[in-house]
Design a protein around this ligand. Structure first.
Ligand SMILES: [Zn+2]
Length: 85
C-alpha cells in the first residue's frame, strides 16, 4: 500500500544531520576511536522558552538553538512505522 503523500514527512527524511562540532572533531581526528559520527553523537533535543535546542550530552554544550521568533511552527508528533510483511 502506498504511503499518502501528506504523511511522507513522517518517514526519515533528514538531509543534513545535526552534529556537535566537538563530537565531529573527535571522530575526524580519530580520538573517538573507530566509530561513526552517527554512533558517537549523544544528542538531546527539546523545546525552550524561545524555540528548540539540540544539546550534546557528551560535551555538555549547545549544538544549535532555533529561535521561533514568537511563531508557533507546525509540529507533527505522530509516529509512523513501516509494516513488514
Ligand atoms: Zn559533542
Amino acid at each position: 500500500m502506498a504511503l499518502p503523500a501528506e504523511l511522507s514527512h513522517l518517514l526519515r527524511v533528514i538531509r543534513e544531520p545535526l552534529v556537535c562540532a566537538r563530537c565531529a572533531d573527535d571522530v575526524a581526528s580519530g580520538a573517538a576511536g573507530d566509530v561513526s559520527m552517527r554512533d558517537y553523537g549523544r544528542l538531546e533535543a527539546g523545546f525552550t522558552e524561545a524555540g528548540l535546542q539540540v544539546w550534546c550530552l557528551r560535551h555538555d554544550v549547545n549544538v544549535v538553538h532555533v529561535d521561533f521568533g514568537g511563531a508557533t511552527p507546525e509540529a507533527d508528533f505522530r509516529c509512523l512505522e513501516r509494516r513488514v510483511n
